[in-house]
Ligand binder design. Structure first.
Ligand code: FES
Length: 131
């Protein structure tokens, strides 16, 4: 290695200065996901008003790419309609970050899975299936 990290400036920025990190009081939905291979875990909190995601926060115990992916995901989600949020893929997260090295693509997949998990949680609550 030539002393430079193999990450885009955007990845480094979101890793060093994560956006929307922390817990959310009274979230509308929570998504949890873990990667059994690397042991990293991600939790995504969403505040949903009507059909729009008004706020998103995350807590990730994981690698730098996972933290950057979570941070970017929350930025992509804020203000999005649910139907548009459903279309956000790991590719969209990685692309918004200016790309990820191939061995780190699974970190952006975790972000997509956390989103799916949160939206499933929200759907369950919407259907009156509260625990
Ligand atoms: Fe596990 Fe990045 S190495 S999420």
């Amino acid at each position: 290695m030539d002393g430079k990290f193999p990450y885009s400036d955007k990845v480094m920025d979101h890793f060093m200065n994560p956006r929307n990190m922390g817990e959310m009081d009274d979230p509308s939905a929570v998504g949890n996901v873990g990667n059994p291979t690397c042991g990293d875990v991600m939790r995504l909190y969403l505040k949903i008003d009507g059909d729009t995601i008004s706020d998103a926060k995350f807590k990730t115990f994981g690698c730098g790419a996972a933290i950057a992916s979570s941070s970017m995901l929350t930025e992509l989600l804020k203000g999005k309609k649910i139907k548009d949020a459903l279309k956000i893929s790991n590719d969209a997260v990685a692309e918004a970050l200016g790309g990820l090295p191939p061995v780190k693509i699974h970190c952006s997949v975790m972000a997509e899975e956390a989103l799916k998990s949160a939206l499933e949680d929200w759907e369950k609550k919407e259907n009156g299936d509260k625990k």
